[in-house]
Design a protein around this ligand. Structure first.
Ligand code: CO
Length: 510
């Protein structure tokens, strides 16, 4: 039964599966019947938490995310659980002070999390160090992630170098994180093979099947010696999610590294999740289920393309689709070839639309200014000098060269005092959640007049931008909070010359 050479499978259905296929809306009660079946059937890990799940628990599901974690740990105690952590951004979109990152990791480890997948949108290692150290200090497993993207500066050599650095930082394993599903088998093979030659810690490949290449990437990586791949369960699998477990097993049948899973339990899980998928019908979409190789031409996440079509239609710019898509690499190059992953995907997309609408670099949105000024970290390539000069002129600021979080004062005691002032509990768990989602935490813990619910739904949710831009640069758009959001995206309102434009931004974080 146990094949010592078998590749390990992690299962993502309780996190990435529903984040990718159903806008992160699976509830804890919907997970509970499946979790004990998933547990102890041979998965090396269950991804259950992190990414957008915490936001979704607080904003849409009226759930305490830490309670979800404790509950899942109770009903599935045998298999290590995984979470996705956005480095210094924790599970938000802007940098937090080190003490908040450390407290978050500590609370999460105490609540039962075992493996932390730590990534940074820019692959700036300085944004990962605090989180990795905190995970190690809690005695848990730190998996350092390489965010895969395609650009002239994202070569296999550079990714391998980063893998070596992550091992030196003390990571217990490395993840290759192909959040857009644009990795291709020959590259997957090379990257895994070269990483295996250079580092001694295990390697996991995480991909999405958006372009239909996910299972082929896994097969190539398995040939190259990858230790673990991540799979989901149909119908929260394939398409924009991870390849399905049964599908991967069929592909590997007869292969010396094929693992073994009980088919009856897999069928039971599938039947169960079919029902949940129907229950979440409001949040699912045929576009997520479709395999579409277009993303390989445009080299951007699939969801971003479908989102663009909707946004452009809303603004009467449908005829500009090709122009906007062609503008994405122009913006990426000018902004140092940032990978397209939360939050940079939203920022690059918005700027590409503005370039087409108002003329190239006529207006630069505040978050794009911040990338140029190094506020998110060191970009993979240099910022275009012309764009940087314009940003410096508009903002009167010079680029930050140090680690962005070094500019932040410790935050825990400040947030603790704010909690106390509002009559909220002041334990670390409440305080770290409050630091990231103040209105939502307040309304969850201190309900329930109708007004509180309205305030929560109108909370600012596009933190990469700040209204201040409008004051310093009169012509520049200011982002503001939005009254709600579509089932799959985060709305960002940009105001240009007094006219409000609501754009919906997708979360692509793999
Ligand atoms: Co993913």
């Amino acid at each position: 039964m146990n094949n010592p050479k078998a590749v390990l499978f992690n299962n993502t259905v309780l996190r990435d599966g529903h984040q990718s296929m159903a806008a992160t809306r699976m509830t804890t009660p919907q997970m509970l019947p499946a979790a004990p079946i998933l547990d102890g059937m041979g998965f090396a890990g269950l991804e259950t938490w992190g990414g957008a799940t915490i936001d979704s628990c607080l904003r849409f599901l009226d759930e305490n995310p830490f309670e979800r974690l404790r509950t899942l740990k109770r009903v599935a105690p045998l298999t290590p659980q995984l979470m996705l952590l956005r480095g210094q951004n924790i599970v938000q979109y802007t940098s937090f002070p080190d003490d908040v990152v450390e407290a978050f990791v500590r609370c999460t480890a105490d609540a039962g999390m075992d493996i932390f997948r730590v990534f940074d949108a820019l692959n700036d290692l300085r944004n990962l160090t605090t989180a990795i150290k905190a995970v190690r200090k809690s005695g848990k497993h730190a998996r350092g992630e390489l965010c895969y993207t395609i650009s002239p500066v994202h070569t296999v050599d550079n990714f391998v170098r980063m893998g070596v650095e992550l091992e030196k930082l003390g990571c217990d394993s490395i993840g290759i994180k192909d959040m857009s599903g644009i990795l291709q088998p020959q590259l997957a093979f090379r990257m895994v093979k070269e990483l295996k030659e250079r580092i001694g810690i295990p390697i996991t490949l995480h991909t999405h099947d958006t372009a239909g290449l996910g299972a082929a990437n896994y097969l190539a990586a398995i040939e190259a010696g990858v230790d673990c791949v991540e799979v989901s369960i149909v119908p929260f699998a394939n398409g924009t999610s991870q390849p399905d477990t049964q599908r991967m097993l069929a592909l590997l049948e007869g292969h010396p590294r094929c693992p073994s899973f009980d088919p009856a339990r897999l069928s039971k899980l599938r039947d169960y999740f079919e029902g949940v998928y129907v229950e979440l019908g409001k949040f699912t979409s045929p576009a997520n289920e479709r395999v579409d190789s277009d993303i390989l031409i445009y080299q951007v996440p699939g969801g971003m393309l479908s989102n663009f079509r909707t946004q452009l239609k809303e603004q009467g710019m449908s005829d500009k689709f090709n122009e906007v898509v062609k503008e994405i690499p122009v913006v990426r190059q000018a902004l140092g070839w940032v990978p397209l992953v939360t939050p940079t995907s939203q920022i690059v997309g918005t700027q590409a639309m503005m370039n087409v609408k108002f003329g190239r670099w006529k207006m630069i949105c505040q978050p794009a200014q911040d990338i140029a000024l190094g506020k998110y970290g060191l970009t993979p390539g240099p910022i275009d000098p012309g764009v940087l000069a314009q940003v410096e002129k508009q903002t009167g600021k010079k680029p930050v060269t140090g680690r962005p979080a070094d500019l932040l004062e410790p935050g825990m005691e400040k947030y603790r005092k704010q909690c106390a002032d509002k009559g909220l509990p002041t334990d670390d768990e409440t305080v770290v959640l409050f630091a990231m989602f103040p209105q939502q935490v307040e309304s969850l813990i201190k309900p329930k007049p109708a007004a509180a619910a309205v305030a929560a739904s109108a909370a600012p949710i596009a933190p990469p931008a700040a209204p201040a831009a409008a004051a310093t640069v009169p012509a520049a758009p200011a982002a503001a909070s939005a009254p709600g959001r579509s089932s799959n995206g985060r709305p960002m309102v940009i105001t240009v010359n007094g006219r409000r434009h609501e754009v919906s931004v997708e979360v692509f974080e793999g």
